[in-house]
Design a protein around this ligand. Structure first.
Ligand SMILES: Nc1ncnc2c1ncn2[C@@H]1O[C@H](COP(=O)(O)OP(=O)(O)OP(=O)(O)O)[C@@H](O)[C@H]1O
Length: 580
């Protein structure tokens, strides 16, 4: 309930729709309730006294009330859906904004599949619950209460039947609503799993084919899908059982009404029309209760959804901006790590241990070390994708946390290990690095990244469209383009995380030369597994098991660092065998 309440502010801008919708519904309900009374009068007064003009008059009144009810119902649907659709659109927008600010750790905690289910299914569930609440939740109780009052006033002799039927109906509804809430929560969890599996499979189709694992994946998907089917069936069946059970109670009520009614008619204390009206009102009442119970169930179903949505909206973003950052300043690019320790799991298992080094403005820092030694993690601390658990990262002599995140990140160009490009034109992808960059700037960056040669050959050049995941480019082309996207920012700090792994040695040398010439004052971090990529760096950090094993120039490390010597020897041996 609490999570549902927390979402209430989202309805505020649409209060008018949320008020007009139910008000119009009241008109429809009033007209619905009028009908059996009119019918009773037609039978007991018009037909019984053979007064044709009275019958026609009331018949026309019935038609008119039906038409007014129709208008009320249609208007109510329009306003209720407007309120609910805008309400969910705003929540979806805020969810997206929040997720966009998530740290990698935040995303890992939820899982991408669950996040997708939240933005799609869960939002749909609360939207549906709101529409139903605004329409049916007014209609149901009003029809119910209206019928009870009218039966009390017009057919009091039959009222005891309601006293027995109503509590039974209410117990059924309470029990089923409660049960369905728990069952739909299981449906959502199963849906998360389907989405996660789907996402994983879609991004790995070439791999699945290459390994011939289609059948295995089919089997895996079947398991996940079957589990969803089972949970859905269980939940739906529980809900569907309610209707016949309620019908049974109402039918028994009708039989009782006919039985007692017939006795009273024989005694001359009741008119036939009253029995008919009673049966009608009993049906209306059941419809009222039934639709209220549907809404209750929809709301019950929306509870877990609201909770999950609320959970995302309330998630504490791991990387926080300090309240009073230093005034916006141009960062020149001096980077210092002082006794930095970092752990992903936060259980004391450090991935980086006591890392200390300084990179002066304009220096090139190579980072090398065995796989999993912490190279990528180290550079991710510079733009504050993660914060150290102990120690401090200083940029231009001050703690990186004291900068406004935008100030800090705008000064950094980051080329990630896995080139990530967006669907859209090459131009749009480059402008992702620098908004409104000119074609000349794009060409310059393209040349630096040795990307222009392939871009110029593409149809449309910089306007050439990339498919999702840039699958219409080769791995090397993707890497060049993501480098150009970082270069176009003319950053003070440039991070190249193994970004030349799919690029030939000659092109890599060209990139490094261009960096020297065009970005002499940029501090460059180059992570690579190849000695040749870091050899020329001013300083090379050698990482081993999260620790800084050694630091120095290529020549110094060949003498001082055991790890560096091993890497060097193994690469030389490989080269020699290749040349044989
Ligand atoms: N998001 C994450 N959550 C938990 N652990 C992680 C995460 N990313 C990396 N790790 C762990 O941190 C350690 C260091 O990983 P990192 O990616 O920094 O190594 P690396 O030296 O860059 O490796 P490689 O050369 O293979 O890219 C590894 O043991 C890895 O399993």
């Amino acid at each position: 309930m609490n999570s549902m309440k927390k979402l209430f502010p989202y309805i505020k801008p649409y209060t008018i729709f949320a008020i007009v919708g139910p008000l119009l519904m009241c008109i429809e309900v009033a007209m619905d309730l009028l009908q059996p009374s009119l019918m009773q009068r037609i039978i007991d007064e018009g037909i019984a006294h053979q007064d044709n003009s009275y019958v026609i008059q009331l018949g026309l009144l019935m038609l008119l009330s039906a038409a007014i009810g129709l208008l009320g119902g249609a208007g109510s649907s329009i306003y209720a859906s407007k309120a609910a659709v805008h309400f969910s659109t705003d929540i979806r927008r805020d969810l997206f904004h929040k997720m966009e600010r998530f740290s990698s750790q935040n995303t890992d905690t939820f899982g991408k599949g669950k996040l997708i289910t939240i933005v799609t299914n869960d939002i749909a569930a609360i939207q549906q619950a709101l529409i139903m609440t605004l329409r049916v939740f007014v209609r149901g109780p009003l029809l119910f209460v209206g019928s009870v009052i009218i039966v009390w006033v017009t057919a009091r002799e039959l009222f005891p039947i309601l006293l027995v039927a109503i509590p039974i109906l209410i117990i059924f509804i309470y029990y089923f609503s409660k049960k369905s809430s728990a069952l739909y929560s299981n449906v959502q969890k199963a849906m998360d799993k389907v989405n996660t599996k789907l996402q994983e499979t879609l991004s790995a189709i070439p791999l699945i084919k290459a390994f011939g694992r289609e059948d295995y994946e089919k089997q895996q998907f079947k398991q996940t899908n079957d589990s969803l089917t089972n949970h859905m069936l269980t939940a739906e069946q529980v809900v569907l059982k309610l209707m016949p059970m309620m019908m049974l109670v109402v039918n028994i009520g009708i039989i009782a009404g006919l039985w007692f009614g017939a006795i009273k008619v024989n005694e001359g204390t009741l008119q036939v029309g009253v029995i008919l009206a009673f049966i009608n009102y009993l049906n209306i009442m059941m419809n009222g209760l039934m639709s209220s119970s549907n809404v209750l169930m929809q709301i019950a179903r929306a509870f877990p959804s609201a909770q999950r949505i609320h959970q995302v909206l309330e998630t504490d973003i791991e990387i926080k901006e300090i309240e009073h950052p230093v005034p916006f300043k141009k960062i020149i690019g001096e980077v210092e790590f002082r006794d930095v320790n970092f752990s992903y799991s936060k259980n004391g298992e450090y991935v980086l241990k006591n890392i200390s080094f300084t990179a002066k403005q304009g220096e090139t820092i190579g980072i090398i070390g065995p796989t999993g030694s912490g190279k990528s993690t180290l550079v991710k601390l510079i733009p504050r994708l993660y914060d150290p658990d102990k120690g401090v990262v200083l940029i231009d002599g001050i703690d990186s946390k004291t900068y406004a995140l935008k100030n800090l990140r705008d000064s950094i160009g980051f080329v990630t290990q896995k080139a990530t490009l967006f669907s859209g034109s090459i131009q749009e992808n480059l402008q992702y690095g620098k908004e409104n960059s000119t074609i000349q700037e794009m060409e310059e960056a393209g040349q630096m990244a040795v990307a222009s040669e392939f871009i110029d050959r593409l149809e449309g050049g910089y306007s050439h469209s990339l498919l999702q995941g840039a699958t219409n480019l080769s791995g090397g082309q993707q890497q060049r383009l993501s480098m150009a996207r970082a270069f176009i920012r003319k950053p003070s700090i440039l991070i190249l995380d193994d970004s030349t792994s799919a690029i030939d040695a000659l092109s890599e040398a060209k990139v490094q030369q261009a960096l020297h010439q065009k970005f002499p004052s940029t501090t460059v971090f180059i992570i690579s597994s190849k000695i040749s990529s870091v050899k020329e760096a001013d300083k090379i950090l050698v990482l081993e098991d999260g620790m800084l094993e050694a630091i120095g120039s290529h020549e110094e490390l060949l003498v001082r660092s055991k790890v560096y010597q091993d890497i060097y020897q193994s690469q030389r041996a490989r080269e020699a065998s290749r040349n044989e």
